[in-house]
Design a protein. Structure first.
Lengths: 334, 126
């Protein structure tokens, strides 16, 4: 006869066996589901591609309709033009846009976030105004999903709110940055205006983005920001000019080597290095003796890029350790 | 499809983009051969001498620039037109593509109609 301990052991062994069986069954079910989905995708892909070409969507079972919609949504990330409008029409006519817009008003934040995310793949311009409002949602997840979707939808009207959201850290920096990158050249008119906004945070962000998305045509705006009252804006303006390799603005960047704030001087030295302005070699050599470690090191590093000969010929004792360090690096071919 | 229709090589590691480009070009009457990495694209190009190649810039094994550069080194493919598909359209990237020997570039996301028109324009010139 089994005692109490024996019965407990048998019970535990049974429960463990049952648990393992459930796990195995679930794994098998998931694998079959995955395989079946892959087969459905293969079968439905030509119909999705035909839809982008203006053909009507086929009549499908509920399960196939779901797979079909996910394929079409994926294509929305890669295309523009008439094919994108076909995707928008498909999701509007299928009712998916309307139900996602309704979910965007749900009291549960996770549902609003899910809806905001899904709308970005539906290529429907109807979603733009509600998504712009969702940028002010109380949930950070919803704001982030809305920012991502506005970038996907190429919503020009979203540029200013996105820059504000980025500057005030209302959405994750990477999400807002990616959305603005997706908007590309459409961001430039708003960025040029925001670069002179009274809010220093907005100016900082706008100036930084002009360095990434802008062109040589933006050099005058950035040069003007080298005299901004905010040191952070001045530093970002020098970085932006460096990124644009703005050779015509080298003289203006050189003046920033004498900025009273050390991190602006350091940023200016790095920018001169990127521009490759040999005319700044003397000023860089002088800055390499600066009391600020970062500024002095940035100057010596930049000098190694723009005029290594001056660096190697400099009086090591007088010019300090940074010049000596980079002169050695140049000599060693590093 | 007739053997006389122009043959286009489409190389992209993203299956969605590859199928999208191939579908659109097949509908326009071209024969299409596909590759999902740069090495395969190069070997298919050398083997089949297509009339034009549409190459993604960022591909595994060999990127689009390198495939273009190598195509220019072979007699059979040195004058084959190449269109680069690029996610980046910074001036330096475009310049790099042209330096490698590309004839045109298209920025992603792209309009399939525009892609077809560019292919037709290049092949029509030949």
């Amino acid at each position: 006869m089994l005692d109490l301990f024996g019965w407990v052991s048998v019970g535990l062994a049974g429960a463990t066996g049952l648990f393992v069986a459930v796990l195995v069954a679930r794994r098998i079910w998931l694998m079959r589901d995955e395989r079946s989905r892959a087969e459905s995708e293969e079968r439905l892909r030509p119909f999705a591609l035909a839809l982008l070409d203006g053909e009507p969507a086929p009549a499908l079972s509920t399960r196939d309709a779901e797979v079909f919609a996910s394929i079409v949504a994926r294509y929305s990330a890669h295309i523009r033009g008439e094919a994108e409008r076909e995707i928008g029409r498909f999701f509007e006519e299928s009712g998916a846009v309307e139900s996602s817009l309704a979910a965007l008003r749900d009291r549960r934040a996770w549902r609003r976030a899910e809806a905001a995310y899904a709308l970005g793949d539906m290529a429907s311009t109807q979603a733009i105004p509600p998504l712009l409002r969702a940028l002010s949602d109380s949930s950070r997840d919803v704001r982030g999903a809305a920012a991502r979707s506005l970038g996907r939808l190429g919503a020009d009207a979203a540029v200013e709110p996105l820059v504000r959201a980025l500057a005030h850290e209302e959405v994750p920096r990477s999400v807002a940055g990616q959305a603005l990158l997706e908007l590309g050249d459409a961001t430039l008119p708003a960025l040029r205006v925001l670069a002179t906004d009274e809010d220093a945070g907005l100016r900082e962000t706008a100036v930084e983005l002009l360095g990434i998305l802008g062109s040589p045509a933006d050099e005058p705006i950035l040069v003007q920001r080298l005299r901004d009252s905010s040191a952070e804006v001045r530093a970002r303006a020098t970085r932006a000019l460096g990124r644009l390799a703005a050779a015509k603005s080298a003289d203006a960047v050189r003046t920033a080597l004498e900025d009273r704030i050390p991190f602006v001087r350091a940023a200016a030295a790095r920018a001169i290095g990127e521009i490759g302005d040999r005319g700044s070699a003397g000023a860089l050599l002088e800055l390499a003796e600066d009391g600020s470690h970062d500024a002095a090191q940035a100057a010596a590093r930049a000098l190694a890029r723009v005029d290594a000969r001056i660096l190697q010929e400099a009086d090591r004792r007088r010019s300090g350790p940074h010049v000596a360090e980079f002169a050695d690096r140049v000599a060693a071919g590093l | 499809m007739s053997e006389h229709e122009p043959l286009v090589l489409v190389a992209d590691d993203d299956e969605d983009i590859q199928s999208l480009v191939a579908f659109r070009l097949e509908r326009a009457g071209y024969r299409v051969v596909t590759a999902s990495d740069g090495e395969l694209a190069l070997s298919l190009a050398l083997e089949q001498s297509p009339d034009l190649a549409v190459l993604d810039v960022m591909m595994p094994r060999l990127d689009g620039y390198e495939v273009t550069r190598r195509l220019r080194q072979h007699e059979a493919t040195k004058s084959m037109p190449v269109i680069l598909l690029t996610a980046r359209a910074q001036e330096a990237d475009v310049e790099r593509g042209f330096e490698a020997g590309a004839d045109d570039y298209i920025r992603k996301p792209f309009s399939p109609q525009e892609l077809r028109a560019r292919v037709q324009a290049i092949l029509g010139r030949r």
